[in-house]
Design a protein around this ligand. Sequence first.
Ligand code: GDP
Ligand code: MG
Length: 371
Amino acid sequence: NGKMKVGDIAIEMGIKATQLIKALMTNGVMGNVNSDLDFDTIALIVPEFGWEAQNTFKTADEIVVETAFGNLEAELVIRPPVVTVMGHVDHGKTSLLDAIRNARVASGEAGGITQHIGAYSVTTEDGSLITFLDTPGHEAFTAMRARGANATDIAIIVVAADDGMMPQTAEAISHAKAAGVPIIVAVNKMDKPGANPDRIKQQLTELEIVPEEWGGSTIFCEVSALKRTGIPELLENIKLLAEVAELKANPEKSGSGLVIEAKLEKGKGPVATILVKDGHVNVGDYIVAGSMKGKVKSLTNDKGERVDTVTPGLPVEVLGLEGVPAAGDRFDVVVDERTAEEVVGVRKEQAMAENTQKKMSLEDMFSKVTQ
Ligand code: GDP
Ligand code: MG
């Protein structure tokens, strides 16, 4: 915000506070030694004393970006895509996420079903990874978007083949479109007798979601989450879209990304699942998530294994934060505790300023109403 107290400005310029207060009064600004002046007022008044004001205030986001460390010039590498599953209730979002997760178990990877950390990664046939956010429904998606966070790279819209397009299908599509996230349509429940994928293609065409085979650009995959059919093809198509998107990250710099979910757990304290979008996170790193800070005590991957480090595109459960951040909050590894404190301080101040603003506009409204 760049505010400063009258008294401090006077000291800075080596003049008496009364001189400054007088000058302010001449300019129509009333105040005392303890009054906060905003940057514009400061910039206006200090030239009268032969000074020039410079706004050195930095937002929390600016601080974390500017203090990023590690090999900042390292070559970028392809990172796993992050995928969200959205669609109408009962069309099979949860079942599809389970089917994909279990495909991993079937392929011999350990621990698929046991650990739940809000996101998981699967290995495709060529060994590349795809990360799925395990919070179906567009609520999580919208909540994150409202905070300016774009967790996902690709949206899968699930539509039940025996039911067709529904209000939440259309809503999910408009959310994905608004976020500029590419869409794959998973036509689910293909095992059902009444399954009619052509009708769904027809319906979605009205929303300008036109299948490739009809000259459009959207991939439609026919699956059955129940019978576990069509899953490898779905994963293959996600991979193709990810390749087009060229999702790259620098794994050698300090990590940053998003909080997917966080809660207070008995005996563990604050537990946060984070998604690393860039850089890496190590045990022992100082991190800031929203307005919470901490030192990483442990990292647990989606298979329930303790790890020392996490690379881009992967989810991990973090212990060591001093409080519970909100889903959608940004997180950053910072260079030391002092920086962590600074960032948290600025975020809290920012939040307070926003609250005051809200309160003030509410009061304005009331005064207008009561007038
Ligand atoms: P969500 O509300 O979108 O998460 O939907 P669910 O995954 O909870 O599924 C809703 C219902 O549809 C459940 O009873 C599932 O067993 C059923 N279901 C999901 N996928 C399939 C499928 O591929 N075939 C059939 N026949 N039923 C399915
Ligand atoms: Mg569900």
